[in-house]
Design a protein around this ligand. Structure first.
Ligand SMILES: [Mg+2]
Ligand SMILES: [Zn+2]
Length: 193
């Protein structure tokens, strides 16, 4: 069983611009490459988990999304870093397309994407982490039994306020993905396995 760091996409790995339909609309934070490389070197799986209801809303096709993710993967490879897998939820309950119109179990904060990844890759969820900028990401981390880390990029500030109102606390709040990664690596190195 392997440990994984689940990472949200928009607002965490790249700037959140709404519903991008092409890779050139995706502005990856420069620190993301270094963060992912560090996680790779530590032997932690890097698994992107992203809600992409834009597919169900008809704003981009699933092929557009796959193209974005192929290019995203390539941009990390060019910088000697590796995203081990990307899992997405394309669903939208009000979708006009019956393929995407459902009350699914893979939209964060539900645990479906983590379960899929755990089955495919042999992940020990209880010893894994989740990094994200929304309350849904923190709740997803809690729901799958992983350690939730909130980043203050994207919607992070608003999320922190919302979480406090609900008396929920992430294990750590980091300015961005690189600081979140450094905290995880520090915790891994001093922790009893
Ligand atoms: Mg996000
Ligand atoms: Zn879904």
């Amino acid at each position: 069983m392997k440990k994984a760091v689940f990472i949200d996409r928009d607002g965490t790995l790249n700037v959140d611009v709404g519903y991008p339909s092409r890779y050139d609309q995706l502005d990856v934070f420069p620190q993301s490459f270094e963060a992912v490389k560090k996680l790779n070197q530590e032997g932690l799986l890097v698994v992107v988990v992203t809600n992409q209801s834009g597919v169900g809303r008809g704003l981009l096709t699933e092929d557009d999304l796959k193209d974005i993710h192929a290019r995203l993967n390539a941009s990390f490879i060019r910088r000697d870093a590796r995203l081990d897998a990307i899992y997405y939820c394309p669903h939208y309950v009000l979708s006009e397309d019956p393929r995407y119109r459902k009350e699914c179990d893979c939209r964060k904060p539900k645990a479906g994407l983590a379960r899929q990844a755990a089955d495919d890759l042999g992940i020990d969820l209880a010893n894994s982490y989740m990094i994200g900028d929304k309350t849904e990401d923190v709740l997803f981390g809690i729901n799958v039994g992983a350690v939730p880390v909130l980043v203050l990029t994207g919607c992070g500030q608003e999320s922190l306020t919302k979480l406090r109102e609900q008396n929920l606390a992430p294990a750590y709040v980091a300015p961005g993905i690189l600081e979140a990664t450094d905290w995880i690596l520090h915790r891994e190195r001093r922790h009893i396995p």
